[in-house]
Design a protein around this ligand. Structure first.
Ligand code: GTP
Ligand code: MG
Length: 242
């Protein structure tokens, strides 16, 4: 797991750089009496904030795993190939706030960023993606906040996935909170393209020429055609013949 998604669960494990960022986010008061106590307050506030996202991620993962099991028992088909989840590190959170020209405060993180907790779901076929979406949203405790269907409307880059921002309600001691989680659903084929393109272009600080961008888009289109063809074969063998 890269540094970007390193989840720290204990105050002692934050690096000096991370402590400095957390001090900014939690509004460290340099004029308070005891700097050590004030630093502890900031770290604890950050860990509590982060813990809510860790819990929301776990809850959603369990929901997805149960949904998969239920579907497998009913239809003898695995709609879900794998699930991966991550929590954004404090460094990534601050980098994103800065990119969005937002000041570094925990309130801004809570109110403006919806991808602190992220889950990636990989499915065999395109139809499985929508099956999972429908079944997940039919569960009472999850509310859809935003849906970006980059399968029906691929990004300019050629990127395809279904992105859902959902709100998960968590019952914590004394309160119920709603936590946003970003879910990316893709086929195995879409995931292989996104994984390669991510390093080649999406997160490449040097950028790429128009020609390379065009080639990457073409690869995505070929992969999409293959996904559709594989789905047609699957449907002809296992759905239509039933
Ligand atoms: P980030 O700051 O990168 O998280 O983007 P965003 O949160 O402003 O929103 P967006 O919905 O565009 O992207 C969310 C995530 O989708 C990204 O973090 C990537 O994982 C993925 N993504 C979006 N566009 C592309 C793309 O063109 N190529 C690849 N490989 N991944 C993409
Ligand atoms: Mg993101």
């Amino acid at each position: 797991m890269s540094d970007k998604y390193r989840v720290v669960l204990s105050k002692e494990d934050f690096s000096p750089d991370e402590c400095e960022l957390i001090k900014k986010l939690a509004g460290y008061d340099p004029y308070c009496g005891d700097p050590k106590t004030e630093l502890n307050r900031c770290l604890e506030e950050y860990l509590t904030f982060q813990g809510v996202y860790v819990c929301a991620c776990k809850k959603l993962r369990t929901n997805l795993e149960n949904l998969e099991l239920d579907y497998r028992i009913q239809h003898d088909h695995r709609v879900l190939r794998s699930i991966d989840s991550r929590i954004k590190s404090v460094k990534s959170i601050c980098a994103k706030l800065t990119r969005k020209h937002l000041s570094l405060t925990l309130n801004n993180v809570k109110n403006k960023l919806t991808d602190i907790a992220g889950i990636r779901v990989i499915c065999p076929y395109i139809r499985d993606i929508y099956e999972i979406r429908d079944r997940l949203l039919a569960q009472g405790n999850i509310e859809l906040l935003r849906c970006s269907d980059y399968i029906k409307k691929p990004k300019q880059s050629g990127y395809r996935s279904l992105h859902l921002i959902v709100s998960v309600s968590l019952h914590l001691p004394g309160e119920t909170v709603s936590v946003p989680v970003e879910i990316q659903l893709r086929t195995v084929a879409m995931d292989s393209w996104a994984g390669l393109e991510h390093k080649l272009k999406y997160k490449n600080p040097r950028g790429v020429s128009n020609e390379i961008a065009e080639q990457l888009r073409n690869c995505a289109d070929v992969i999409a055609q293959t996904d559709e063809q594989m789905q047609r074969i699957y449907e002809s063998l296992f759905i239509e013949g039933q």
